[in-house]
Design a protein around this ligand. Structure first.
Ligand SMILES: Cc1cc2nc3c(=O)[nH]c(=O)nc-3n(C[C@H](O)[C@H](O)[C@H](O)COP(=O)(O)OP(=O)(O)OC[C@H]3O[C@@H](n4cnc5c(N)ncnc54)[C@H](O)[C@@H]3O)c2cc1C
Length: 472
């Protein structure tokens, strides 16, 4: 056994683990990332970054590299495959960025390497034990002693299971298949570019769906199909070529010729949420903490934002800068958001009609979704733009995201690149704490508000500018 030490061990180098490791490294934390796979597969489940995730990456200067690796800019999101534009949201990024999950991971891993952290591949976390001061993790021939372990090891998380953590939720009835299919020529009627969610998903019969998204390579498509009412006896059974061919023929007719099925995977419509996100020195994030049907394209986005919420709090805890209870707000804030996502997924599921009554309800809902206020509400939900962390007592805009307003130093987003706090003020104000960057602004978008103290993750802490309760 080789003995190592680290301040934090991150188990899993998916999008959540890589984002978290980046955040910790940025704060100067000694982080060690264990990944069971010897190399990245290059395959992608997720294909999008939501507007709030684009903003979050922008706060760290990471958005340009994601954009360089993207293949589409999509003007809207969707709710139960009803397109919803980002109406009324004050954001510089009112779009989904079409980018394969593998490219998000590659961009994050590249940035992590630039920060001097190399993912230790081929190391599968086997088990761990913790006491009051540390957690000891074994993986392959490594034994690592750390202050914290974060399980970012996906939906079947070994960390979560070893904690004995309840992972309850809604057991779905159906299933889906995602397949990357190369056609010999553009299938009849298929879009050649992904620009909108309109007509991306169709339904031939009640409960069934087929979605088509053109990918970066000519004639390469993500085909997603399934049945919301039925599932195979074995949800882990390999997807057969025949299943994919049948779905393709159903959507495009017999003349769509397949050149190659690159990858196919089955997924369930179960929704589950960990009962707690933390036991002592062991914390859960991303799919390890929550899984759901990929409606609306939210899972990867949720994981990256979990990491953004946790990183600065854990770093503050390790540097003795965190007031009592700050780390606990990771669970109270992010588990609430995950529960909201699970609720919106359940609502989307209910809007996929299987009876005439539900068909009528969906038609009515579709009409309502034309109203600007409804579009604003729905797109805020699936994009993450509507997240508010504050308690009900805190006056707005506390708890909401800071829009990217201009400051004397440039766009507000550029002030967060080092993972620091920011005080935006209309009048000269002394620095309230060494961790805080102070910038003057000509205007703030809230009447009567003179200053806002903004957390490293871009959420407004308060309108007094006081760091009490946030930083020691
Ligand atoms: C078909 C499908 C389509 C989807 N589409 C979208 C979409 O469009 N948009 C969206 O936002 N989300 C989508 N999702 C969800 C998204 O893929 C997940 O939410 C995302 O992968 C979660 O990231 P993660 O880092 O938390 O976990 P994962 O991506 O699962 O990463 C976990 C990592 O941990 C590693 N690991 C596991 N066990 C161990 C261990 N014991 N030791 C060390 N390493 C370990 C794994 O190898 C893996 O690299 C989709 C999901 C599916 C199934």
């Amino acid at each position: 056994m080789r003995e190592l030490t680290a301040e934090v061990v991150v188990a899993g180098a998916g999008p959540t683990g890589l984002m978290l490791a980046n955040e910790l490294a940025l704060a100067g934390v000694d982080v060690l990332v264990l990944e069971r796979m010897h190399e990245r597969t290059g395959l992608s489940k997720a294909l999008n970054l939501q507007p709030r995730t684009a903003e979050v990456l922008d706060l760290r200067g990471l958005l340009p590299r994601a954009r360089d690796r993207s293949f589409a800019t999509v003007a809207d999101g969707h709710f139960a495959v009803i397109p919803v534009p980002y109406t009324g949201w004050d954001t510089r990024h009112p779009y989904q960025l079409g980018i394969p999950q593998a490219e998000v991971e590659a961009a994050l891993e590249e940035r992590l390497a630039e920060q001097g952290v190399k993912v230790r591949r081929g190391y599968e976390l086997a088990n761990f034990s913790q006491d009051a001061d540390s957690v000891t993790i074994t993986a392959g021939d490594l034994r690592v002693r750390a202050a914290y372990l974060v399980g970012c090891d996906g939906g079947r998380s070994r960390v979560r299971k070893a904690l004995g953590m309840a992972f309850e939720g809604i057991e779905g009835q159906g299933h889906g298949v995602a397949a990357d299919v190369l056609f010999k020529a553009t299938p009849p009627g298929a879009p050649t570019q992904w620009r909108s969610m309109t007509d991306m998903v169709t339904s031939g019969s009640p409960g069934k769906f087929i979605g088509v998204i053109p990918l970066a390579e000519p004639n390469l498509y993500r085909i997603s199909f399934g049945d919301r009412l039925n599932r195979p006896a074995n949800l882990r059974a390999e997807v057969t070529d025949e299943e994919v061919r049948r779905a393709v023929a159903e959507r495009f007719g017999p003349e769509a010729e397949i050149a190659e099925i690159r990858w196919a995977s089955r997924f369930s419509d179960d929704s589950r949420l960990a009962e707690s996100y933390r036991v002592g020195r062991v914390i859960l994030a991303g799919d390890a903490a929550h899984t759901h049907f990929p409606a609306g394209g939210q899972g990867l986005n949720l994981g990256i934002q979990d990491a953004m919420n946790l990183g600065w709090k854990l770093a503050a805890e390790l540097r003795n800068r965190a007031p009592a209870g700050l780390l606990d707000t990771y669970e109270s804030e992010r588990r609430t958001v995950a529960q909201q996502v699970l609720n919106n997924i359940a609502a989307q599921n209910a809007l996929i009609p299987t009876t005439p009554n539900q068909l009528a309800l969906r038609a009515l809902f579709r009409d309502l979704a034309e109203l600007p206020e409804v579009q604003h509400h729905l797109s805020g939900m699936v994009s993450g733009l509507n997240i508010r962390y504050a308690t009900e007592e805190s006056p707005l805009p506390a708890g909401t995201r800071l829009p990217d307003i201009p400051t004397a130093e440039g766009p507000a987003s550029t002030l967060f690149h080092k993972g620091n706090w920011v005080l935006l003020t209309k009048t000269p104000t002394p620095k309230p704490h060494t961790e805080v960057v102070v910038a003057e602004v000509p205007q703030l978008p809230w009447p009567g508000i003179e200053k806002v103290l903004v957390r490293p993750d871009g959420y407004i802490a308060n309108t007094t500018g006081s760091t009490n309760g946030w930083l020691t």
